[in-house]
Design a protein around this ligand. Sequence first.
Ligand code: HEM
Length: 317
Amino acid sequence: MNDKIRDKAQQRQSLINDLTENIIDTTATLIDKGCDQELRDKMAAEISERINFEVNVTLNEMVTKYCPQKIREQVTEAEERRFLRFGVNFRIQHVLMFISVIVLIITGIPLKFPEFAISKFIIIDIFGGLDNSSLIHRIGAVGLIIVGLWHVFYSALSKMGRKDFWLMIPRPRDILDFFHTILYFIGRRGSGPKQGRFSFIEKFDYWAVYWGMVIMIGSGIILWYKEYFPKYIYDIAREAHSDEGLLATLAIVIWHFYNVHFNPEVFPGSTVWLHGQLTESEMKHHHPLEYAEIVEAESNEIQAERQTTDPSEENVK
Ligand code: HEM
């Protein structure tokens, strides 16, 4: 099976080479001033990178869509390299956060809509009354506060945390990517923008949670210790807590769940939160710019190593 796959890969590569030549020849006849060797080499590199990328993505999609599980694993996973996306520290933070948030939503939203039958069912039949459900809401709140502080220290003190926090900062390119995506959605671009480690959608998701946590924890503490605050502060906090709580719930259920569960590309759910890894084709498909950076850094490292072990390599191109 593996030999067959390898043969097919070789055949594909030679077809890609032929196709690349064909595109260059066609382009050369259309370029008025002609096409020198330097330009041909440049085009060859660009074209074959583009075709290889599309071929790998298409292959991966076809296998995922049509092959039985066994073949799918053999073709796409067994031989594929894996890339660490989320370390164990970050994964534990995420699990603690989603457990806390689920508890907070289940015990919080019924308080906002007490007249609904389902709210009475949750508060009375499931939790055994308001006191218990309030207590569980506060336990969930402690979980969220711990994870919030943990994440701040993680972003400041750990190497991976600092790097990811820096990459999460929005940049002008995100605005361009946003418009590019809209143009793609309305059919004015052939493909969406190529993403680095974090897309503008992921950045939005991250900062929405960050902002939401500041509001929910800040206003929640005021509600918890209301006797220490003037009434108007309590009223503002209650309004903010109640509305932001509903907004956060809807954002999670509609926005976040679509991105990580219901989107046809990941349905029934991405498992990156569990093992923290992406396969090579997932990297190429979802984070091609990050993938290119990693591959380039690795090849630079290998070259540097070769040069230190054999200085004569320096002259070899
Ligand atoms: C995703 C996070 C959270 C959601 C969705 C949420 C949701 C809610 C909602 C909808 C209410 C009812 C407000 C109303 O009466 O209109 C509420 C009440 C309350 N929340 Fe939260 N909340 C969250 C986090 C927190 C946190 C972090 C704290 C504490 C630091 C907190 C403390 C409270 C308190 C003390 C109340 C008053 C009711 C009670 O005593 O149980 N909440 N929450």
